[in-house]
Design a protein around this ligand. Structure first.
Ligand code: NCD
Ligand code: ZN
Length: 349
């Protein structure tokens, strides 16, 4: 069985930097024509010149002949001036601004501590139609870790929509039925990305026969009811749900630790894993809209012209993959993935 679809885009991706980036970039470029690249480097990408320099490093690290366009983001901080937003909108290569609540996840210590500090840049984004990408979790330690997204929607997203009704928003890596419901009700200015791992796994994966650090990410995996809601949204016909892998590589040692990092690496098999989730739901014919059409439409970019072909043919994922001078453990390490990219024309343009 073969499935040919318009070449997809990844609307939420962590590429890291330096030798680590060089080791993983080709996997994404083979599958996706474009990706929204997260700015949570150390130090974070907070200015247009920094985004430009990061973009140049990505382009320089691409394999020869690769056809891949990195779409850059700025990291919003308490000190981001409206003038930086204006420069971003003028740049042509900065496509969005990323909001991390300070302390919510990997490299978020420079994130926003209070919405009151970012009213001027948010107003500029609203005016210039530059999307705000949300890591939608509260950091309040009194809130249960499994409830942090739901409480974010109530406490932060509802007031944000009220104060900036024209602001274009992507709620990134949604994990709950409540987030799906909010996005569904909000109308065309609000969208959501959904990861492959949240479509394939529920929170049992974290505890399958023992503690599984490679199934730990943020927002953390949720119970089955939520996975079912995500799958229904992804395979449904609403335009505001689209593909964002949140592939977030960490070295094996940083995951297999007494305080393991959050993040699951899926770039080695990203579109194949989504195909599995869609096939299991009997909805493979919906994959193209989710993976290749809706994100481009939301970002007001042209859809891609090339295609990729997927074959239903199982292959075994290596136990580890190179990651700079270390290794990482990819999703499904040592296990099979049911789909693979057709080798000859992995990507045609
Ligand atoms: C991401 C990372 O490692 O950069 N981790 C993750 O679990 N998703 C950060 C993020 O997107 O929260
Ligand atoms: Zn992420």
């Amino acid at each position: 069985m073969e499935l040919t679809i318009t070449r997809p885009d990844d609307w939420h991706l962590h590429l890291r930097d330096g030798a680590a980036m060089a080791a993983i970039l080709a996997a994404t470029a083979r599958r996706f024509a474009r990706a929204i690249v997260m700015p949570n480097l150390k130090p974070p990408v907070t200015t247009v010149p920094q985004a430009d320099a990061y973009r140049q490093r990505i382009l320089a690290a691409l394999p020869r002949g690769a056809d891949f366009e990195p779409l850059m983001t700025l990291y919003l901080t308490d000190r981001t001036p409206a003038s930086e937003i204006e420069a971003a909108a003028r740049s042509g290569f900065v496509k969005a601004v990323k909001y991390y609540p300070a302390g919510a996840t990997t490299n978020s210590e420079n994130g926003v501590t209070d919405w009151r500090h970012v009213r001027a840049p948010l107003a500029a984004m609203e005016r210039l139609r530059l999307p705000l990408l949300l890591h939608g979790e509260v950091t309040d330690p009194a809130v249960d870790v499994f409830d942090r997204e739901r409480v974010f929607v109530e406490r932060h997203l509802v007031p944000l929509r009220r104060d900036f009704p024209e602001l274009r928003i992507v709620l990134e890596h949604v994990t709950t039925a409540e987030a799906v419901d909010f996005v569904r009700a909000a109308g065309p200015g609000v969208a959501a990305t959904i990861t492959a791992h949240h479509l394939l796994w529920n929170r049992n994966a974290i505890f399958q026969g023992g503690l599984r650090p490679h199934a730990y990410c943020l927002p953390v995996l949720k119970r089955e009811r939520h996975r079912a809601a995500l799958l229904a949204a992804a395979t449904g016909d609403e335009p505001q749900f689209f593909l964002g892998t949140d592939s977030a590589p960490h070295a094996r040692a940083a995951k297999e630790s007494d305080c393991g990092c959050a993040g699951i690496y899926t770039a080695h098999a990203a579109i194949e894993l989504y195909a599995e989730a869609f096939a299991a739901a009997g909805a493979l014919e919906r994959l193209e809209a989710f993976a290749s059409h809706r994100g481009a439409d939301f970002y007001r970019l042209p859809r891609n012209r090339g295609t990729i072909t997927l074959q239903r043919q199982p292959w075994t994922v290596p136990a580890t993959l190179p990651f700079g001078d270390q290794v990482l453990v990819p999703m499904r390490a040592g296990e099979t993935v049911a789909f693979r990219l057709a080798p000859d024309h992995a990507a045609t343009t």
